[in-house]
Design a protein around this ligand. Structure first.
Ligand code: PLP
Length: 385
């Protein structure tokens, strides 16, 4: 059995989630917009799910819009805000280490005449507040910076960014897809106007996301998808009922188990890292060592190619660069942005841990990786022999 250490790419579904979803494929199939009794029953269940998802991030139910994915939520947040506020200004600020869903949304807006500033990050992957301050202009309408980076797990100072933005009345969006389930999220504490989460990164179903839209913003928000009154008229289309129910169950489990799960995952991640660093040598952690979530270990194995390691250690499922662009051979835009030593750039691998990993798996994975690295280093012309 391969060992799955790629929870940042996607997660196995929790059996509790699967059980919760099952009735909605067969018995509870009705359209929640139907006014008959079957439809009304499903409608009630969706609204209950909305309340659970809202509660899990400290929001109100009417501030949660269900979407098709984290990507759809990011698109809706950025492009919807731009559409809503283009009369006020056309300048948007984001960071250069965002997920492609954010970067590409910004690129589309650039084609439509918006101006986008891409904030730099320091060598730990953190956006300096000074850079945010300097980037803000009179016509800045939106700042979108992720809460946790998907490649290196670094946590961004969102609350501080919000403080800078609020002085100038600028809307703030954060992509919290990689933060949810790894740290407590409270939209009121963060102060953000928009926040993205995704079901399949939470041991929940694929093809479901949610966007938090703060109440004041919601009134004037512009939908990207039209054709029905679903989701307060902000996202038309018959609801993906099983996925909504499943995502709510994922959020419920997170509220119940977050603290103990963090301890479990951190213990495994730290065991993994300390063994590899101590037993192999020439292994560097990419990103901030402390200001990062408990689940991610982005390691640079000096003198070897990440792709070669993944072939040698094929029983260990992990990612090189960013999983979303694993087709491309370019080095990751995130590792490039944090200024990883060129010698390390191609030897970087992201391991990410989660709910169902065990200590036994981690120890086995370390043994396999160690063995593979030693074999590859023995062949590498870069090692000083
Ligand atoms: C996975 C991910 C997304 C995209 O979510 P999907 O539901 O897969 O579309 C967006 N942002 C971040 C940070 C992610 O890790």
């Amino acid at each position: 059995m391969p060992i799955y250490l790629d929870y940042s790419a996607t997660t196995p579904m929790d059996p509790e989630v699967f059980e919760a979803m099952k009735p909605y494929f067969m018995e509870k199939f009705a359209n929640p917009s139907s006014i008959h009794s079957l439809g009304r029953e499903v409608r009630d269940d969706i609204e209950e799910a909305r309340e659970i998802v809202a509660k899990s991030i400290g929001a109100e139910a009417h501030e949660i819009i269900f979407t098709a994915s984290g990507t759809a939520s990011d698109n809706m947040a950025i492009r919807g805000t731009a559409e809503m506020l283009k009369h006020k200004g056309k300048h948007i600020i984001t960071s250069c280490v965002e997920h492609k869903a954010v970067l590409e949304s910004c690129r589309v807006l650039e084609e439509q005449g918006f101006e986008v500033t891409y904030l730099p990050v320091d060598s730990d992957g953190i956006t300096p507040l000074e850079a945010v301050k300097n980037a803000i202009k009179k016509d800045t309408i939106l700042i979108s910076v992720m809460l946790v980076n998907n490649e290196i797990g670094t946590i961004q100072p969102i609350r501080e960014i919000v403080e800078l933005a609020k002085e100038k009345g600028i809307v703030v969006h954060t992509d919290a897809v990689q933060a949810m389930g790894k740290m407590k999220i409270d939209v009121a504490e963060l102060g953000v106007d928009l926040l993205t989460i995704s079901g399949h990164k939470l041991c929940g179903p694929k093809g479901i996301g949610a966007l938090f839209i703060e109440d004041n913003l919601k009134a004037d928000f512009k939908p990207l998808v039209v054709g029905g009154a679903q989701e307060f008229g902000l996202r038309a289309g018959t609801e993906s009922v099983p996925n909504i129910i499943g995502m709510a169950k994922s959020c419920e489990i997170i509220m119940r188990d977050l603290e103990q799960e963090r301890v479990h995952i951190r213990k495994l991640r730290d065991l993994f890292e300390s063994r590899l660093i101590n037993e192999l040598g020439d292994v560097n952690i990419n990103g901030h060592k402390d200001q990062r979530v408990c689940s991610v270990s982005n390691l640079a194995f000096r003198y070897i190619e990440a792709e070669a390691l993944m072939i040698y250690a094929e029983e260990v499922c992990c990612s090189t660069g960013s999983a979303c662009s694993s087709e491309s051979v370019d080095a990751s835009h995130v590792l490039y942005a944090i200024g990883v030593d060129p010698v390390d750039l191609h030897g970087a691998i992201r391991f990410s841990f989660g709910r169902f990993n065990t200590e036994e798996e981690v120890n086995k994975a370390v043994d396999i990786i160690k063995d593979s690295v030693l074999k590859l280093r023995a062949m590498s012309p870069l090692v000083n022999k």
